[in-house]
Ligand binder design. Structure first.
Ligand code: ADP
Length: 614
């Protein structure tokens, strides 16, 4: 280096050192790392930061940029680094509580080794910054901030939009700011909300914030969107304006609507299902019951809500089994149980319960209990069982009881036709007659039973006196019928029931009193006491006949059961009585002792009420 050059360089250095600015070089290396590679010494004076500190890189740049200006700083550097363009920035350096306004200007140079170096000046402009400039800077940084936030922001003055942020443009499907800037702000509001929007703008112009409310906006492309809007008073370039902050909630609305629909679908299904359904929470307490459940069990939703279901509908005897639905809290299985439950009025129910645990993310959030009332089905099954047993008995009985008298008759006929039989054949006739009558009774008892099963209850007024009179008349052919002493007492109000079944009951019980009278007794008798009330009739048949011993007493109502040698009957009479009384909704009981006589007591409901209110 010659002397002239050396002197020039010294002079240059001198100028640089004396400049009221900092000269810098900032390098971005090919590996992406970056740092200051040169700053002139006056940085200490101007920025308050020594050359060593800056060049050593011990302090990250962020630590000496004013926090309010950092966003802006980092965005401007990133942009010029990414595009290798000139870097211009104005903002504040803050170091050890000293605030310095600076303006920076750097030009990039691409080096051969792949580095890019920005060199330029950092000038202290603190003294130049008057209040208006500071204000403008603040506005600019604020706007920069607005461009960052994920909310639509617009500013309007005199009804016209003067600013919209990037986010708002996207939200409103605007391709360029011109699609919105300068336009009437109210045109973007759905007509349905214009009136309220105008009043909110006024409010903001009066210096009050119009709080968040839901409105609808019309986008540039005409599509309607749901938004949440708040309007705030704002000063723009010294004049009153309104700043609007907008959040697009269209997706949220759609999701809400989908949820609402799903909920409606579910609750309609739940509520109107023909089954009784209860929803339990994860603790096993009742959350909800449906109409079907209320109808089946007689409880209201309020009565059960939040309570433990089992204590209301599980019969005492089944308490140990009662944990069924609750046991599903930890289960993934659907269960099916056939069991009994009770209604609010404690009447029993046969039910099938389906228990369905509901899971969300691996935890049980609730349980559905679906109840199907099978009481009627159970009844029919029971009835069917009884009829099947009857049928079995019947086949057996028919083969025996029908064939026995027929064989006797056949025997007598064979005897009569024997060659050389010189008996007076007429003597056979009463024997044959008796057997045929026996057969006839058997068949009419079977028919009577079948009729009782099939025939609907037909209600009419019962004239007990006439029933008794007619029965004795019909039974007058029975031996002893006319000599038996009758004592009859009837009292009370009108009574209604099924005349045919009443007649059947009387025919069987009176004929039994006659048939099973005590042949050794000087004065066989039958007493019939009847007491009628608006609710029921109590009918007592009391005789002084042979009586029934304890072991037989419990079986006399069975089909084909005969308890006496004296019986020539079918063993169906009391079975018919019991069935008829059941059909009429009544009860029959017997008291008897061998040799002492028998007393049947029948209680029948007065069916007058169902006659009056068919
Ligand atoms: P049956 O055709 O044998 O009369 P029922 O069903 O009418 O059949 O009676 C069953 C049995 O009960 C009879 O066989 C008889 O032993 C006994 N029984 C019924 N009524 C009386 C009565 N009033 N006194 C004594 N025993 C009776």
């Amino acid at each position: 280096m010659n002397k002239v050059n050396a002197t020039r360089q010294n002079t240059m250095q001198h100028i640089v050192d004396k400049l009221p600015a900092v000269i810098f070089e900032y390098t971005v290396f090919p590996d992406g790392s970056r740092d200051f590679t040169y700053v002139s010494p006056r940085c200490k004076e101007i920025l308050g930061l020594s050359q060593e500190i800056i060049l050593s890189g011990v302090l990250p740049i962020r630590s000496f940029i004013h926090p309010e200006d950092w966003e802006d700083f980092s965005r401007s550097t990133e942009t010029s680094i990414a595009a290798t363009t000139e870097w211009k920035w104005m903002g504040r350096i803050l170091y050890e509580n000293k605030e310095t306004w600076v303006e920076t200007n750097g030009t990039p140079t691409q080096m051969e080794d792949g580095r890019v170096a920005w060199s330029g000046l950092i000038t202290d402009i603190t003294s130049r910054m008057d209040s208006e400039q500071r204000q403008r800077h603040a506005e600019r940084s604020y706007r920069n901030l607005l461009e960052q936030i994920p909310l639509g922001v617009g500013i309007h003055k005199n009804g016209k939009l003067i600013y919209v942020n990037e986010y708002a443009l996207k939200m409103m499907a605007a391709r360029t700011p011109e699609d919105m800037i300068g336009k009437n702000v109210i045109d973007f509001v759905h007509p349905q909300y214009r009136e309220i929007a105008i009043s909110r703008v006024k409010k903001a112009l009066d210096g009050e914030t119009a709080p968040v409310m839901e409105e609808q906006y019309i986008r540039v492309d005409g599509k309607v969107i749901d938004v949440e809007v708040s309007s705030h008073p704002f000063t723009y370039e010294g004049e009153p304006a309104v700043q609007v902050i907008v959040k697009d909630i269209t997706d949220k609305k759609v999701a809400q609507e989908t949820i609402r629909k799903a909920e409606t679908l579910f609750s309609q299904l739940f509520q109107n299902s023909p089954f009784a359904i209860v929803m339990l929470n994860d603790k096993g307490a009742v959350v909800r019951i449906n109409k079907g459940f209320e109808e089946m069990f007689g409880f209201t939703g309020e009565e059960l809500s939040g309570k433990e279901l089992n204590q209301f509908i599980v019969p005492d005897a089944l308490e140990s089994e009662g944990n069924d639905l609750n046991s599903l809290i930890t289960s993934y299985r659907v269960i099916r149980i056939e069991t009994h439950r009770i209604r609010k009025d404690t009447s029993p129910l046969s039910v099938i319960i389906y228990g369905v645990p509901v899971h969300l993310d691996d935890t049980t959030i609730g349980i559905f209990g679906v109840y199907v009332d099978i009481t009627e089905r159970k009844k029919v099954e029971e009835e069917l069982k009884i009829r099947n047993t009857e049928l079995d008995n019947f086949v057996y009985k028919v083969s025996h009881d029908l064939r026995a008298p027929l064989s006797s008759v056949l025997g007598l006929v064979n005897l009569a036709s024997l060659p050389g039989n010189d008996d007076n054949l007429k003597e056979y006739l009463p024997l044959i007659g008796q057997k045929v009558r026996q057969l006839d009774h058997f068949i009419s008892d079977v028919l009577s039973h079948s009729k009782n099963l099939k025939l609907d209850v037909k209600i009419g007024k019962i004239d007990f006196e006439n029933v008794i009179h007619q029965t004795f008349k019909d039974l007058s052919y029975l031996e002893g019928a006319n000599s038996i002493r009758k004592e009859i007492a009837i009292e009370g109000v009108d009574f209604h029931s099924d005349p045919w079944r009443i007649a059947e009951i009387f025919r069987n019980l009176i004929s039994n009193a006659i048939k099973y009278r005590n042949l050794g007794h000087p004065a066989p008798s039958i007493h019939i006491f009847i007491k009628q009330t608006p609710q029921a009739a109590e009918i007592i048949f009391k005789d002084n006949g042979i009586g029934i011993d304890a072991s037989n007493r419990i079986r006399i109502f069975e089909m084909f059961y005969r308890a006496s040698e004296q019986s020539e009957g079918s063993g169906l009479g009391l079975y018919i009585v019991k069935n008829a009384v059941d059909k009429l909704g009544g009860e029959v009981t017997v008291e008897s002792e061998a040799g002492q006589g028998t007393s049947f007591t029948i209680i029948l409901p007065n069916l007058v009420s169902s006659l009056e209110n068919p």
